[in-house]
Design a protein. Sequence first.
Length: 245
Amino acid sequence: MELVTETVTLATPDGSMPAYQCRPAAEGSYPALVVVMEAFGLNPHIKKVAERFAGEGYATIAPDLYHRFGSPIVPYDDIQTAIGYLNQLRDGPVMAEIGAVLAHLRAQPFVGEAPVGITGFCMGGRVAFLAACHYPEIRAAVPFYGGGIAADSPKAPINQAEKIACPLLLFFGETDPLIPLEQVKRIEETLGRLGKRFELKVYPGAGHGFFCDERGAYHPEAARDAWTRAVAFLEAHLKRHGAAS
């Protein structure tokens, strides 16, 4: 599928934020998907993911949440630097930026009133979950190994889960050292108790970052299965409730 790709700039309370935007080249309106980056920045891998989803018939946009730091790209083997940037982010400003992304999408003729979903990886998985708590207009959320969703903290997104109005599909790795299985169990139990619509998949033998083929943790079987499930999930909750015209 031929795609249109471009970098756009969005106004936010914390300054101008670049975002990588992709969509099918054919005329029409498309369901939209926000793709939230890992802790390593808006790097080529996340842009490829945005393009891959666009190839499935979505208008995608990947915001650069590190614009406030000068838009650094952190190598995958420099975990400490990535954590340093991640720890400087605050939920309030980040949610305001997701709101700016949603408003931008609504203003685009190739989206308009079409359904909008969100996905994210690592840090972005947490942001995707939190955004589902904050924005009722989000129609589907697919967090990949979102760290800290159920951390032992009053600021953990799981404490706002009662606000979620959309279905969720959550992916985790069994051997992920950053997300203990106790936290995964808490997510499952909390969403179940609240009566939320969700699916949760834990991949045996997979660790943190299993979807990224540029990381040592890449787990091909888990990545393929997660992609298949994500595409089907988004098809059901975005396209079937507002297919491209």
